[in-house]
Design a protein around this ligand. Structure first.
Ligand code: FMN
Length: 202
């Protein structure tokens, strides 16, 4: 079959994209409002961008009413955030944070997720996350308008917290100990437990 994306409704384009561009890593992003209220939400349109300078990106899209998500509102007001990574054991807690809460109600408190203070930014990190990247906003690139339009958030990575128990004997992260999950289409997820090796050509 062929799909003409120039005539697809945004919601259909979204469905085709999330059920084909996969698996996607998950950024579990903590932010803070000017009054100190914290917010925590997952985003699977997420990637590393470059190491010079260390930069990552994730993409909150507008909701069905065309309104910005709380994460975007917070970053516009306090331009700092933490990207926490999600292992299998935290999948349910991560998923609960996709619930629609009124602005100002903290997912940390509502879902009993333990925060830990960050070193370089104001939003706390998820204490149990195996890896947490403290970021300062680099730039927001807006793409489109209305429902499902994007706010591409680029963040400069200032610091990372890596739990000692995910390190291998060589002192580097061990993918099996990290046990990170990826999002597939719909409500399906994958683990990183089936691993194979391919030698890179010279
Ligand atoms: C695994 C997962 C991945 C998600 N990825 C995205 C995404 O890339 N972009 C987006 O706008 N929403 C995504 N969502 C939905 C948001 O998490 C959800 O709209 C959330 O309520 C936003 O929270 P906020 O309003 O506190 O920022 C995802 C949800 C889940 C469970």
């Amino acid at each position: 079959m062929r799909l003409d994306f120039s005539t697809l409704a945004p919601r259909d384009a979204y469905q085709w994209m999330i059920s084909t561009i996969l698996p996607r890593p998950i950024a579990w992003v903590s932010t803070i409002a000017p009054d100190g209220t914290t917010n925590l939400a997952p985003f699977s349109f997420f990637q590393g961008v470059c190491a010079n300078p260390p930069t990552l990106m994730f993409v909150p899209v507008n909701n069905r009413q065309g309104l910005k998500k709380d994460t975007v509102r917070n970053i516009e007001a306090v331009p700092e955030f933490v990207v926490n990574l999600v292992p299998r054991r935290l999948a349910d807690q991560m998923n609960s944070c996709a619930a629609l809460l009124p602005y100002g109600e903290s997912e940390f408190e509502t879902f009993g997720i333990k925060p830990a203070p960050s070193d370089r930014v104001r939003p706390p990190r998820v204490a149990d996350a195996p890896v947490a990247f403290e970021c300062r906003l680099h730039q927001i690139v807006n793409i489109g308008e209305g429902p499902l339009a994007a706010h591409v958030i680029f963040g400069r990575i200032l610091a990372a917290h890596v739990r000692d128990d995910v390190l291998g004997a060589d002192g580097k992260p061990d993918v099996r100990k990290l046990d990170l999950i990826g999002r597939l289409g719909g409500e399906e997820y994958t683990t990183t437990r089936d691993i194979f090796t391919i030698e890179r050509p010279d």
